[in-house]
Design a protein around this ligand. Structure first.
Ligand SMILES: Cc1cc2nc3c(=O)[nH]c(=O)nc-3n(C[C@H](O)[C@H](O)[C@H](O)COP(=O)(O)OP(=O)(O)OC[C@H]3O[C@@H](n4cnc5c(N)ncnc54)[C@H](O)[C@@H]3O)c2cc1C
Length: 415
């Protein structure tokens, strides 16, 4: 984040997050990438010990009661060490805990949020199924009522942290005959009888974070574990778009930042044709574009965080802005990571530098927490709604009328 926009407290917070990121043992990052570690308990324990999990959440549950601007400052720094670690840092505390605090009972807050923010337990968010992740309403996981309990059967896949999770936030169909937005319930499912996880994917990047398949076979949970009540899952899903997307955007900036730093150092030292390669426009201009792209990405994240923190921006516009942040930042990050690898040349493609890992890791950002095509769908929907309802009615100059032949209404054919 831009230091000139930070308060003194935010600068201290950033420095705390940087210190945490410097703490991360190199061997942990490499062992995760080699999948010798499949779930880094030690990392979450350390984050909890430093009170760096769920910093937006209320102090009474172990958070720091801060805002979204603070959160994106920390997320950027957390992203620097490794994308896989940052995913784990965000999923349990920022996403699942927020869902519980917003929609869950006091019992769940005490059972899940309090120990999770201390780094003692972990919770995974489980939407995606083998049959698809984009089509939320098409969920095939089902729950049937049995007395005051619900019995859940189904599968979820690509679940970050599944391997180490003690709790799972699971979306299941509870009323198949209801309209789509009233048929799904968000349950908190503990790791109990009937729950299995399988660490089965040969991931391109973001390894070692426990991403796996969750299989639920007749899992019995009490109705009070439903967030926002039975058939209230859609509201939980919509609300989680903010932490999923704004969190992903800001940590992605952090994860790609080292690529730019490596490229900057390398191109100022490496010589070709008798001079540092930064002097060739083909190299220096790429670095310049990366700097500009990351600054633009930060600006969008910051504006979006301010919009959410203000509490005065309409939900539809917030949804558009978090989706814009996610799409824009992740596409910028992919482009930046590739440009940085390009200017470092052949050695950038080896594991002498971590650029190849950054490229592999960053690719996920355009796919998870909703693909970028789904972001486009949301941006499109929210923009047309907002334009029709609000923007078209604002007292701004109607420039359409400033054309020479603007009055030729017979030429303005729409059907
Ligand atoms: C490493 C990793 C970690 C993940 N972590 C989690 C997690 O913790 N929890 C979780 O629930 N999920 C997780 N996911 C799943 C991820 O969110 C999904 O993969 C993603 O949402 C896409 O779902 P899908 O793979 O089923 O693709 P599909 O939904 O089948 O989509 C395939 C393609 O079709 C496009 N498409 C689909 N519908 C439309 C449409 N209406 N308009 C335009 N294009 C469309 C998509 O954009 C995509 O390009 C993770 C995935 C990976 C790889």
């Amino acid at each position: 984040m831009f230091d000139f926009l930070m308060t003194d407290d935010q600068k201290k917070l950033r420095d705390e997050a940087r210190e945490f990121t410097r703490w991360v043992p190199k061997e942990m990052i490499l062992a995760m990438d080699r999948e010798e570690i499949q779930f880094p308990h030690e990392y979450l324990q350390e984050a909890g010990r430093r009170n760096l999990l769920g910093i937006r959440l209320p102090k009474e549950y172990g958070g720091r009661g801060l805002g979204w601007v603070d959160d994106i400052i920390v997320a950027e720094e957390v992203g620097v060490a490794s994308y896989s670690l940052a995913c784990l840092w965000g999923v349990g505390a920022d996403i699942v805990c927020e869902a519980i605090l917003e929609f869950g009972s006091e019992e769940l807050k005490q059972a899940v949020v309090v120990p999770l923010l201390k780094g003692e337990t972990f919770a995974a968010e489980c939407l995606t199924e083998p049959r698809g992740g984009s089509d939320f309403f098409g969920a095939a996981t089902k729950a049937r009522k049995d007395g005051s309990d619900w019995i859940i059967t189904g599968q979820k896949r690509f679940i970050v942290g599944a391997e180490g999770a003690d709790w799972f936030l699971v979306y299941a169909v509870t009323d198949p005959s209801a309209p789509p937005h009233k048929r799904i319930t968000a349950f908190m499912v503990p790791r109990i009888e009937g729950v299995e996880t399988h660490y089965i994917y040969g991931l391109m990047g973001v390894r070692g974070g426990g991403a796996g398949r969750l299989v639920m076979n007749e899992v019995r949970v009490p109705e009070r574990y439903a967030l926002n009540g039975v058939n209230g899952g859609f509201d939980v899903f919509v609300r989680m778009m903010i932490p999923e997307r704004l969190g992903t955007a800001s940590m992605t900036i952090g994860s790609v930042r080292p690529a730019l730093e490596i490229a900057t150092r390398y191109t100022s030292r490496r010589k070709a044709f008798g001079m540092p390669i930064m002097n060739f426009q083909g190299v220096g201009f790429k670095v310049a574009d990366c700097v500009m792209q990351l600054d633009a990405a930060r600006s969008l994240c910051y504006t979006t965080a301010r919009a959410v923190d203000s509490g005065t921006v309409h939900d539809n516009r917030v949804r558009r802005m978090v989706s814009e942040s996610k799409k824009f930042v992740t596409e910028v990050a992919w482009d930046v990571a590739n440009k940085c690898m390009q200017v470092v040349g052949g050695i950038g493609y080896t594991n002498v530098y971590p650029l190849e890992r950054i490229v592999r890791d960053i690719r996920l950002s355009m796919i998870w927490v909703g693909t970028n095509e789904i972001m486009q769908l949301i941006i499109q929907n929210e923009w047309y709604k907002e334009y029709g309802k609000v923007l078209s009615k604002e007292q701004v100059r109607d420039v359409e009328l400033d054309a020479e032949n603007a009055d030729k209404s017979e030429e303005k054919v729409y059907e």
